[in-house]
Write a protein that binds this ligand. Structure first.
Ligand code: G3P
Length: 216
């Protein structure tokens, strides 16, 4: 399937279980997600790298482009297949342009407009992540924003991928796929909920009961 799915967490138990399903392409994190684990950043990212054969997304927290570039180089030592997340803004764009020349894969995060997405793409990032749920939280349409970015990228034939972030339910995952994003990241509970259906549970229970009663 030509679409990428990521789990948005730094919880190792959730990562190990979710990766064992064989349908996820890696792990995305952000500073808030990492802070929740209350342990050293490097050690945590190294553990996440060992828990997945997919990509490990790590966000730079430096105050300027120089610091972000240094962090990006360090992340690459911590795990294979690292995607460096950079915050949208002049320093993030500057860092993205420099990392593109070094062949380091990057993502521009906290993207809230088509203009920001286009500038990030021009800087050479591989992904942009607009935040679906957080746009909806402030009474605008996250789907409209993400649809607009996807349409503009396609019209300009840009190779940059759109990864929908801040996705808070299984229906939103499907809405994003229908809008034409290339990737989705969401939490463990959302992926787990997407796998479940009460009718599946009822049906399976019936099959197992009948099987047992027949004594085959
Ligand atoms: O990692 C970025 C994004 O997925 C966070 O989502 O639910 O905190 O808005 P949320």
């Amino acid at each position: 399937m030509n679409v990428e799915f990521y789990i948005d967490t730094a919880d190792l138990a959730q990562i190990r279980e979710a990766m064992s399903w064989g349908v996820l392409d890696g792990v995305t994190t952000n500073p808030s997600i990492v802070a929740r684990e209350k342990r050293g950043f490097e050690e945590l990212i190294r553990d996440i790298g060992r828990a997945t054969t997919g990509k490990v997304w790590c966000e730079a927290v430096g105050a300027n482009a120089d610091a972000m570039v240094e962090e990006a180089r360090a992340f690459r030592q911590w795990a294979d297949r690292v995607v460096v997340k950079l915050p949208m803004g002049a320093e993030g764009v500057k860092a993205a342009s420099r990392l593109a020349k070094e062949g380091i894969e990057t993502n521009m995060t906290l993207v809230y407009s088509v203009g920001q997405a286009v500038l990030a793409a021009k800087a050479g990032v591989q992904y942009v992540s607009p935040y679906l749920g957080r746009v909806d939280d402030v009474a605008w349409s996250g789907a409209e924003l993400i649809g607009g970015i996807a349409r503009t990228f396609s019209r300009l034939s840009l190779p940059t991928k759109v990864i929908a972030a801040s996705v808070r339910g299984p229906q939103q995952v499907l809405d994003m796929l229908n809008i034409g994003v290339h990737a989705v990241t969401t939490s463990y509970p959302v992926w787990a909920a997407m796998m479940k259906h009460p009718m599946t549970d009822i049906g399976l229970e019936g099959f197992m009961r009948d099987w047992k009663e027949a004594g085959l």
